[in-house]
Design a binder for this molecule. Structure first.
Ligand code: GLY
Length: 412
């Protein structure tokens, strides 16, 4: 593994093997996003409910600041502002971001990072508004209340029963939690207090030790004994089976450790990001268009689900465009840290070309005004199967901006 000596912030790209795309996927994606969000704002003009997905009848489903996804919608608006420079997008982004401020006190689950960093974090990055910084620091304090030295990690969910309704998850930590660490690294940078980054690093180290299998696929849920810190069980909630590779979980791992490497320069984080990415990219079950099945092992022999799986309902295994978008964004960043002859960038480009094609990119005015089609929320829960989901749109727009930056630097 050859490491590049450079940081994301420099945005100097060394890769040279990529060709120009045949269509400008950035313009295609952003024009469609703008059309869709303009229409969505006519459906819900005020930040009272935040678009998340569609229900079983295909109707828009929005949440009321009581879920983990509300930050993505203003995040999409910030990206539209960044791409277009239009003040109108900034005004909407400000409005939809600021309405989330009460969530800075949220301590009953770990997703405060998604909720506030995608909204206020982008807002602070693009405007420098000091009030946003203060909200983010308070949010980081809230997240840290879920950390214990004994376990060495941040508790994702409160106590709950596992799938069989018998086993108990006392201190469940999910791989997704890696994403919330960006908020903590941010808080240490702006306060100069290492407290937050120390917690982030301890969490990342514990996760590295317990969440990964030998092949660098990862478990979704680790259940810890909160009094001893011992691992009680390794399993899944949203994947096909305990031993399977849930595609979005793998995407969170690739993205999370790439981000943690950016923030710390610790080689062990880069190594796990690379190995998790290679698991994905070399998997025999990755479809030709590079948009994964919702789980790499769905329906395969040797993987036994403990939910009510009926193969006749899955003649066609659903894809997960959200996992593809998260991974594309992560791979563009990862490609800056590794001398790989542009391989990760090319893989990301392939994903983005697929997502920007009519197979995944919605026609204007369709798809309940979401940008991408064909994501999966949680098949074991019977929820959000082959639907649009707001976080797919968010990471798609983020990946396109990263892609744009890369291409600009390549040609200057
Ligand atoms: N963080 C929850 C999910 O990825 O579905």
């Amino acid at each position: 593994m050859k490491v590049k000596g450079m940081l994301l912030s420099s945005l100097v790209f060394l890769c040279s093997c990529t060709g120009q795309p045949t269509v400008n996927i950035v313009d295609v994606g952003y024009q469609r996003a703008e059309q869709q969000l303009v229409s969505q704002l006519k459906v819900i003009p005020e930040p009272e409910a935040y678009p998340r997905t569609v229900d079983k009848d295909g109707n828009l489903k929005a949440t009321h600041k009581n879920d983990w996804t509300e930050g993505f919608y203003p995040g999409c608006m910030w990206y539209l502002y960044e791409y277009s420079g239009k003040e109108s997008w900034k005004e909407e982004a400000v409005k939809w971001t600021e309405a989330l401020e009460p969530l800075k006190k949220l301590t009953n689950h770990h997703d405060i990072g998604f909720l506030l960093y995608c909204s206020f974090g982008n807002g602070y990055r693009l405007t420098g508004d000091e009030r946003y910084k203060d909200v983010l620091i308070e949010a980081a304090n809230s997240l840290c209340t879920r950390f214990t030295e004994t376990t060495g990690c941040i508790e994702s969910w409160n106590y709950r029963k596992a799938w069989n309704g018998v086993d108990e998850w006392f201190y469940p930590v999910i791989i997704d939690n890696m994403m919330n660490l960006e908020l903590l690294y941010f808080a240490s940078k702006v306060t100069g207090n290492p407290f937050y980054a120390d917690i982030a690093n301890t969490h990342a180290e514990t996760t590295l030790k317990n969440h990964f299998r030998k092949d660098y696929s990862c478990y979704h849920v680790i259940n810890y004994d909160e009094t001893t810190g011992n691992v009680l069980h390794k399993g899944t909630s949203q994947g096909f089976s305990d031993n399977s590779a849930w595609a979005r979980g793998q995407a969170w791992a690739i993205y999370g450790y790439t981000m943690a490497y950016r923030e710390t320069q610790r080689p062990e984080y880069l190594e796990v990001a690379v190995r998790a990415a290679d698991f994905w990219l070399t998997h025999t079950n990755l479809p030709e268009d590079k948009v994964p099945y919702w789980d790499f092992n769905a329906g395969q022999e040797g993987f036994v689900p403990d939910w009510n799986y009926d193969p006749t309902n899955f003649q066609k295994i659903p894809r997960d465009a959200s996992a593809a978008a998260i991974t594309a964004s992560a791979l563009i960043e990862l490609s800056q840290y590794i001398e790989d002859n542009g391989r990760y960038f090319k893989e990301a480009e392939n994903i983005l070309q697929s997502l920007s094609s009519p197979s995944y990119l919605a026609e204007a005015g369709t798809n309940s005004n979401f940008v991408l089609k064909h994501s999966v929320g949680s098949i074991p829960h019977g929820q959000e199967i082959d639907v649009p989901i707001v976080y797919a749109d968010y990471y798609y727009l983020e990946a396109l901006l990263r892609y744009n930056e890369f291409m600009k630097n390549k040609t200057t």
